[in-house]
Structures are given as structure tokens and as C-alpha cells.
Design a protein. Structure first.
Length: 76
């Protein structure tokens, strides 16, 4: 008695099975990605990080401009 038996399936069934599996994987990945993006957007909308980021960029710009004016070799 052999340990395994070779299963013969028609080539058409193999192609159809792999094609449907690929479509199912793509749909699942798309839906999963959409859910993750929705959740991240919902969290970021409710956290109110935008004023924090805006203040950080404003402070950084002020610092760079102030140091640029105080540097004699960069200002003509």
C-alpha cells in the first residue's frame, strides 16, 4: 500500500480554483485595508492632533527664521 495516492484533477478545475481563490484574496485584502483606513481616520478625527501639529510646525518655522537672521554668513 502506498503512503499517498496521486490525485488527478482536470487542468480547467485547477485554473478555476486558483482564479477564484485569487479574487477572494483580493476582495478580502481590499475590505481589510478599507476597514483599517476607516478606523485610523475615525481615531485621528477624534483625537484633535491637528492643532498640535500646526503649533509644532509654527514653532519650528519661527526657530529656523530666527536662527537664519542671527547667522551672519547666511544672510547677505
Amino acid at each position: 500500500m502506498e503512503i499517498y495516492e496521486k490525485v488527478k484533477r482536470p487542468f480547467k478545475d485547477i485554473i478555476l480554483n486558483n482564479f477564484l481563490g485569487g479574487i477572494a484574496w483580493a476582495v478580502g485584502a481590499t475590505l481589510g485595508f478599507s476597514v483599517i483606513i476607516f478606523l485610523l481616520t475615525y481615531v485621528f478625527k477624534n483625537v484633535d492632533w491637528i492643532p498640535f501639529i500646526g503649533n509644532f510646525v509654527s514653532d519650528l518655522t519661527s526657530y529656523v527664521l530666527q536662527n537664519l537672521q542671527n547667522s551672519p554668513q547666511l544672510v547677505k
